[in-house]
Design a protein around this ligand. Sequence first.
Ligand code: ZN
Length: 287
Amino acid sequence: MRDFSNDHRWLSLNTATVRKQGNLIEIIEACARHGIRAIDPWRDQVAAVGLERAVRAVRDAGLDLSGYCRGGMFTADGAHRGAARDDNRRAVDEASALGAPCIVLVVGGLPQYSRPGSAASKNIAAARSQVHDGIAEMLDYAKQAKLPLAIEPLHPAYAADRACVNTTRQALDICDALDPAGTGALGVALDVYHIWWDPELLGQISRAGSRRLLAFHVCDWLVPTKDILNDRGMMGDGVIDIRSIRSAVEAEGFAGYSEIEIFSNDWWGRPMDAVLQTCIERHRTIV
Ligand code: ZN
């Protein structure tokens, strides 16, 4: 297992962590100030400054990417499916322009929430089958761009509105079905917030192996959690044994960035430099 205690060269910042404190350019400048050498930007943050400007800023700062957030939301009614497909193709094009190593997929829950305007449905089994088909379709496009897709299983609390793929096992079942040879074109993004509770986690991490482990996200689970979406904790402030999960992932050969992704009304209210300083300190002592 890698020793993170001496430096933060394997820290990547998911830019949503400080999305309220500045735009993408300002975040990139702050990363340069703090010696953070990788980011995972969100599509809306890129769009807000313009793709070309974002590409230039990433290149000028010499930043790596640890992913691109996000593609997915595959579930939609018939009238919205074409738009979902086109949107995901644009995500692939943007990720290629930015030089991202993968696109993180949040697959979608029930259609009325993942693609608003879609007819309401309570059929989660149908949603899961649409996700399978949607990933298959996107995979064809992404393969041409040589851009791996990383399915992020989300905590079951998000099954209705964000992702009906809720466990690492489910995500890997899709990988095995659509990329049985394990070419590296399809894998998982494991976020400790979503998977820490899963009794099958360690077994599924070894099932994934290095070819399927495309991204690793960290934050913490606060008790109590006041808001399931926007009350994530800073590493060390909650109950997740982050280091043992990282150890399991690295035992399989994962050697990429440890990406900090904190959606938090609390941390969004603090100055960007203070947040990044805390991220670095916790990366060294907790992650
Ligand atoms: Zn994540």
